[in-house]
Design a protein around this ligand. Sequence first.
Ligand code: PLP
Length: 430
Amino acid sequence: MDMKNARPETIVLHAGYRAEETTKSVAVPIYQTTSYQFDSTEHAANLFALKEFGNIYSRIMNPTVDVLEQRVAALEGGVAALGVASGQSASTFAVMNLASAGDNIVSSTDLYGGTWNLFANQLKQFGVEVRFVDPEDPEGFRKAADERTRAFYAETLPNPKLHVFPIKEVADIGRELGIPLIMDNTAAPHLVRPFDHGAAIIVYSLTKFMAGHGTTVGGMIVDGGNFDWAAHGDRFPTLNTPDESYHGAVWTEATKPLGPIAYIIRARVTLLRDVGAALSPFNAFQIMQGMETLPLRMKAHSENAQKVADFLAKHPKVGKVIYPGLATGKQRERADAVMKGGYSGLVGFELTGGLESGKRFIDSLELLYHVANIGDARSLAIHPASTTHSQLSVEDQVATGVSEGYVRLSIGIEHIDDILADLEQALEKA
Ligand code: PLP
């Protein structure tokens, strides 16, 4: 069956693999190998010259990882994908693949803290400037861009603010200027398809909802195949000028016979080759196990989270609840423009009792885990003011959307009555 026309529920089980010929194994085998036997010197030479596609060495490609890559690409409606060791390496590669020293990207301010550090500190060390703009005003992206801007970058559903990003508005501005939008879709897989709204590249921390069981760290970059890199030759030298590390290959030219995959091929055969943040085949297998139930889980996460948000909104110790399914006005419009079938599992709320109340609430939880993670099948909670955001001044905490009594929940797929009972008893003690 052609997976191009299959539904997500089918794609996560079938894309990229059918019982392999040798053993007839139905489950995707874990190809725990570093290297692959060449048929002949000619075969080996063709593989190295990219005249023929095939396996060379597991730092650059692996058949188990390949199935996962095909599954995520099919789920997103992209042309190809690259599996990497973590979400952090996915976002690093996604930017490095386009931007060199002296270049810049324009990013939303609302980012995961690890990405913030990467952008504000690490990339700066390599001469890449990241210009941060408030996503509330899409025009900010246009204003911050210049001829050295290589990409726009944002998260679909950034926490703690949980304001859905205006994907189409910013993607449209980017397409007018010849700048691709890279979307981190970690918090809303299956519910949001960023390519449908004009994004050019998607990055994932597969560690979260995609793998879904809190066991495995992994990342993915997906190429939408919908951006004409060659039409904006001067803006993308990494793809349009000879690559000295590959016999002077010009990636938009060299990949022409293979389809619109210049971006993702370059990421694999140069960045992954040189930096080496490879995803292990065992981790790819684990992530695929989780992904098989992604559509079911996202529905369950969303249904439970909506009930939790409704419950919290009525609770006397709760001042404010933040959940796209409770949002009104522009925030709701933005959520409904892209989210289909649910609002995901992340819920934020403010305890009127502030810092001490937040700590008491967390310390009283019996079912929910107190962890710095999201997207596990289990329900999770964290109090940013005493943990992830404790190094920030109170003013900076507020700027990132964290008040002293703010608690972030990642609602799992347990029975809703058990989740609500635990929240109820912890709120009583808060
Ligand atoms: N992007 C988002 C939205 C995240 O929440 C995270 C991790 O929390 C990352 C990226 C980084 O992913 P990883 O921990 O897999 O490196």
